[in-house]
Ligand binder design. Sequence first.
Ligand code: SAM
Ligand code: SF4
Length: 330
Amino acid sequence: MALPIVDTFGRKHTYLRISLTDKCNLRCTYCMPQEDMQFMPSKWLMQADEISHIARLFVEMGVEKIRLTGGEPLIRKDAGDIISGLGKLATSLTLTTNAVYIDQFIPELKEAGVTSLNVSLDTLNEERFRAITKRDHFAKTLKHIRLLLNEGFVVKVNMVVMRGTNDDEVNDFVRLTLDEPNLHVRFIEFMPFKGNRWDLSKIVSYADLLAEVGREFQYQPVAGEMHDTASRFRVDGGAGTFGIIGTVTHPFCEGCNRIRLTADGKLKNCLFDTSEVDLLTPLRKGEDIRALIYAHFQKKHFAHGGHAGFSEQQAKSEYEQNREMIAIGG
Ligand code: SAM
Ligand code: SF4
């Protein structure tokens, strides 16, 4: 067993998020620029055997959980093979997906030991879905969330809440959890990335979200774990839970254990840190990449990639220097 990946703040990094592609079958406004998005040429992407090789190294270095993300991970033709390969490692495996193609992967997911998935859904209104995603997959997304629940998976529905776009639906989403023990909703504060026209006024904060739920429901906190990004709650008498991922106003950097690998094989030590280390090129040359990984985590900032806050000025000057969210892997 290799040494664990520990940063200068003593945080042990045991959770690897691998982006399989920067491409997607949806066009969510908060995730990617509406024009001029330059997708990576396919030859830049890590191949299935390279993903498996890098993942195995990370597992030797103490990674206990792997999440596949993107872009949309399931648009890759070899997504099933990648899931099956990673399912053999001694880690838990999960995915973040828009669920449009999930019906084609149920056997592979089960065989790989996947028990829980995160599914993005920002509205329960078909027209709004089209406005947010620029695509017509609303009915399919709902049908596939139901399919996952019927197949026995735990589904965590991720909703990015934006003022004036979908903030009037918060309690409709909470209502989904009342009778479904395997359905959990997570409200995500809107975060700034390259090209996503972020501004502070569009954020619905952690405090505002709790106040909104409190207008209709009584709820209690649910005990969490150190590495949780979401603070979780359960409505009195409810079966599932709701949670809030308050990256901007209620950060959780103290317990961060996350490692990010972009689809082109660049290592990021934080979602917001613009510095990246290329693992794929040295791997292709047959070099040992472990020293690069340890060194990059020695440079990890305590919070938010070293940015001091989230002002509109910072969004323009600092967060715009990062990649688009779709190209990082959420
Ligand atoms: N395509 C998959 C999906 O949508 O679930 C996986 C990739 S997506 C980038 C991962 C997660 O990031 C989604 O839950 C999405 O809602 C979230 N996300 C994207 N852009 C965001 C932003 N600007 N602020 C907060 N969350 C964002
Ligand atoms: Fe695609 Fe997911 Fe980004 Fe939406 S949030 S554009 S589904 S990658």
